[in-house]
Design a protein around this ligand. Structure first.
Ligand SMILES: C[S@@+](CC[C@H](N)C(=O)[O-])C[C@H]1O[C@@H](n2cnc3c(N)ncnc32)[C@H](O)[C@@H]1O
Length: 245
């Protein structure tokens, strides 16, 4: 079997490069292949979508053509000049991605969202504050995508470098622990975190992090024999994690 076998969008994002107009699109080359695979199920779907970061307006067109025409597509940017880039089928809001009341008002009016893409200023406080403010505005089954996470390794963006506390990459690594906090044997040192019941998966790609929202019950183990399926929560109970039941 080919190592490249996958179901994708039929290279929608790469084909789109030839369809851009004077409004420049600004994405890293390999994002197009990640999006081809990871967003295939969303192609042509009616969605509620939010992207932080407009710049010259190129991505507005790419997303508008990718989703169904009846979709609700919201874009926000700190730069007032971006308002002029609004096109039919899009809604542009001007504000700062670290302004929590602003984000909450956009989410209240335009959310909840199926997909949120953070392609804004790429600084640590911006990425972390926006995630914290918008996570509740993401639908069950939705994706929260953060682009250009390599800035975690660039001190100029507040990242501070390799394993620097406070970087977005370290924040995202910590989400891995929170997602697994069902399984702790140490109720005091590693308590159950509410995100364990909300995060279905976290994917780390080169410079991209995709966090999938999935509202979950405590995990159960399945057995199946002679077609009879059994479910057990013993895997957690034997570890004394009784507080979650
Ligand atoms: C990388 S560009 C966006 C590119 C665009 N999404 C595309 O794919 O073509 C980043 C944008 O984020 C905006 N930005 C920077 N800091 C911001 C902030 N604090 N809040 C909102 N937008 C911000 C900039 O004005 C700029 O337009």
């Amino acid at each position: 079997m080919s190592g490249n076998r996958h179901f994708g969008t039929g290279n929608y994002f790469r084909h789109f490069l030839a369809r851009t107009d004077e409004k420049m699109l600004f994405k890293m080359d390999h994002y197009l292949d990640v999006y081809d695979r990871e967003l295939a199920a969303w192609m042509g779907e009616k969605v509620s979508f939010l992207e932080i970061g407009i710049y010259k307006g190129g991505s507005l067109r790419m997303w508008r053509d990718f989703f169904a025409p009846q979709s609700s597509l919201t874009f926000l940017d700190i730069d007032h000049a971006c308002k002029a880039l609004e096109i039919p089928g899009t809604d542009i809001r001007i504000g700062d991605q670290t302004d929590v009341p602003f984000l909450q008002s956009v989410a209240q009016e335009k959310g909840p969202f199926d997909i949120i893409v953070d392609d804004g200023g790429h600084k640590m406080d911006q990425q972390i504050t926006s995630f914290r403010a918008l996570w509740n505005a993401l639908k069950d089954g939705g994706l929260y995508i953060v682009e250009d996470t390599h800035t975690s390794y660039w001190p100029g963006f507040g990242g501070g470098g390799h394993k620097a506390p406070g970087s977005f990459i370290e924040f995202a690594k910590d989400l891995i622990d929170k997602m697994h906090s069902w399984y702790t044997e140490d109720d005091e040192g590693f308590p159950l975190h509410p995100l364990a019941a909300q995060i279905g998966g976290i994917q780390f790609f080169d410079s991209l992090v995709i966090i999938r929202k999935e509202l979950k019950k405590p995990p159960v183990a399945l057995t199946s024999q002679h077609g009879r399926v059994g479910a057990s929560d013993k895997i957690l109970k034997v570890r004394g994690r009784v507080s979650i039941f």
